[in-house]
Write a protein that binds this ligand. Structure first.
Ligand code: ATP
Length: 247
């Protein structure tokens, strides 16, 4: 459904992405792992049309070239971004934030059913519909942000660090919701500092280092890869020789 090739981006003279390629098939959860500053957010922003790739970049979505489209047209094609830091409207209520998500033309039919699905996914939003979002916890605000993105009727959801700053309990709730979102037919591209949780729900993984592809594979292979375990899962290097008893 999404095919990216030769994707580069510069902030001034700094090259944040260099010749990146990535594919997502329909119904997949794909995770991107990489250190701070590797270019993961820039990759998501390039797909969403928030930063412009250098010429020659190819971003094809459902067969059409979207590399030069403005963000609102990309949303109309069915790609929705939940940005890092959520970008919810704090002074507005939960209901108003969710309504704003349904603004794209593709979302107007079926708005009520979609709202019902969002509330089924995040039941704790139901009793908070009239609450100002700024008064909610970080995890609840993340649910509003994901809910708002779902209200635009996406077929591909991009998420930038959805569990950042959340309690373990609310993180689990967010990851459970992502798995359910995929079950409902929406594909997911996920950037996450919680590598363990993202490897648990992802089908495939891309590694990005210094703006470049540094590896790709199935999530299960990645989980068993000692380099990945060391770099992302906090596992120590296994001893290469059996330890000798001290004399
Ligand atoms: P993190 O995990 O820390 O969010 P990231 O992998 O998402 O990092 P990006 O935010 O995409 O990385 O940033 C990639 C590089 O581009 C970094 O070196 C960053 O400092 C730089 N960068 C990002 N946004 C801008 C900007 N608006 N202007 C200049 N440089 C930027």
């Amino acid at each position: 459904m999404l095919e990216i090739a030769a994707l580069s981006h510069f902030y001034g003279k700094h090259q944040a992405l260099a010749d990146v390629r990535l594919d997502i098939a329909s119904g997949e959860i794909v995770a991107i792992l990489g250190a701070n500053g590797a270019g993961k957010s820039t990759l998501l922003k390039s797909i969403a049309g928030l930063v412009t790739p250098t010429s020659g970049a190819r971003i094809r979505f459902e067969g059409a070239d979207i590399a030069k489209l403005p963000p609102h047209q990309i949303v109309e094609r069915g790609i929705s971004l939940v940005p890092e830091g959520r970008a919810v409207f704090g002074e507005l209520t939960v209901a108003e934030n969710l309504q704003l998500g349904a603004y794209p033309a593709r979302a107007r039919a079926g708005e009520e059913q979609r709202l019902a699905k969002v509330l089924a996914l995040f039941p704790r939003l139901t009793e908070r519909m009239t609450q100002a979002v700024r008064t909610m916890s970080g995890g609840e605000q993340q649910m509003v942000a994901i809910g708002r993105a779902l209200m635009s009727n996406p077929v591909l959801l991009l998420l930038d660090e959805p569990s950042l700053g959340l309690s373990p309990l609310l993180s689990r709730e967010v990851f459970r919701a992502l798995a359910q979102i995929r079950e409902s037919g929406v594909s997911v591209l996920l950037v996450e500092q919680n590598a363990r949780a993202s490897l648990d729900i992802a089908d495939r993984v891309y590694l990005i280092e210094s703006g470049r592809n540094a590896g790709t594979g199935s999530a299960s292979d990645m989980k068993n890869n000692p380099d990945i375990q060391r770099a992302y899962l906090g596992k120590a290097r296994a001893p290469t020789t059996a330890s000798q008893p001290s004399p």
